[in-house]
Design a protein around this ligand. Structure first.
Ligand code: FMN
Length: 324
């Protein structure tokens, strides 16, 4: 399949693996890229720019296909040294960067001067238009369904994607709720030129996370995610567990007076406990409603081949058949 996204990133299939904290290591990025998609290393999971450089080098050893790095500009107390992370990306020969969170405007000149293609992930048409204006090459449009931070507008992809198509000139991929060939064909019909998946890629053989995490996703239904930190305007979609129940109880008690410090125990330092330690009740970790569509743990190649075969079948047989 050829779209502006496959052309832009030099990939065989229009499928991107979004950056994921403590999941997007070299093993997963290389597996996705070897399967013909665009694998992405999560920059800030590497605690220093030097460690990111090492992770990029490790990934080059596992694939000769293009892969990218995610740089998340989130409101953090101590701002990471972004220019040094970008230097590691450039020196590592990376040609694709997924930005997310705040606008990447300040860093665009450095990224563009190095010939890097920038895909900015955002949750609204207005932010997508800003990304286009500041020179991003593509946008990842993240609907309300998505795992992680869906923003505060609550517009699901059935509306958000065609709205993006009405406004944008640069290509975009659909993100949030994407799982299979049906998702890809629907995304294409709504105007996207590919799809970005997070949660689906966690439940793969190569995702270097504890098996408990993969099984929790397979077990979860579309009813098992919760939105937290709404009153802090930092909404996050997470899988429900004992830690999240505790957090939501605190949110109910504090109401609008809630401060981030009140829920620190449930949100800070949770990812290593869950992803490495397999402690499923440690606290909040991102997961999409798409968990309801995830029933197995295939390899990345099996997953991507299956998606593309299903998409071809849907377009060539089911949809074309409807025209007769
Ligand atoms: C466990 C997990 C961690 C994530 N961490 C990040 C992150 O650090 N930076 C980022 O930009 N997006 C992050 N995301 C969002 C994904 O890149 C992607 O946009 C999202 O998962 C898409 O929705 P889906 O899960 O329905 O596929 C994370 C998602 C998950 C599930």
């Amino acid at each position: 399949m050829k779209t502006r996204i496959t052309e832009l990133f030099g990939i065989r299939h229009p499928i991107i693996q979004g950056g994921m904290h403590y999941v997007g290591f070299a093993e997963l990025a290389a597996a996705v890229s070897n399967a013909g998609g665009l694998g992405i290393i999560t920059g800030l999971t590497q605690k220093t720019p030097e460690l990111l450089a090492r992770e990029i080098a490790r990934c080059h050893e596992m694939t000769d296909q293009p892969f990218g790095v995610n740089l998340t500009f989130l409101p953090t107390f101590a701002s990471p040294p972004y220019p040094e992370y970008i230097a590691a990306i450039i020196e590592g020969g990376i040609k694709s960067v997924e930005t997310a969170g705040r606008s990447p405007e300040a860093y665009m000149p450095a990224l563009k001067a190095a010939g890097i293609k920038v895909i900015h992930k955002c949750t609204s048409v207005r932010h997508a238009l800003t990304a286009e204006r500041i020179g991003c090459d593509a946008v990842s449009v993240d609907g309300f369904e998505c795992g992680g931070h869906p923003g505060e507008d609550d517009v699901p992809n059935m509306i958000l994607l065609p709205r993006a198509a009405e406004e944008l000139k640069i290509p975009f991929v659909a993100s949030g709720g994407m799982a299979d060939g049906r998702s890809l064909v629907a995304a294409l019909a709504l105007g996207a030129e590919g799809m970005n998946m997070g949660t689906r890629f966690i439940a793969t053989k190569e995702a270097p996370v504890h098996d408990n995490v993969k099984q929790a996703i397979v077990k979860a239904s579309e009813l098992d995610t919760r939105l937290i930190m709404r009153s802090l305007r930092n909404t996050e979609r997470v899988i429900n567990n004992v830690g999240v129940e505790r957090l939501m109880q605190i949110e109910r008690e504090k109401g609008d007076a809630l401060k981030i410090d009140d829920i620190m125990d449930q949100v800070a330092g949770i990812y290593p406990k869950v992803m490495t330690g397999g402690d499923m009740d440690a606290g909040a970790w991102s997961c999409g409603m798409v968990a309801g569509l995830i029933h197995d743990v295939p390899s990345c190649a099996e997953l991507i081949d299956r998606i593309m075969a299903q998409a071809h079948e849907l377009i060539a047989k089911r949809l074309t058949g409807l025209l007769q």
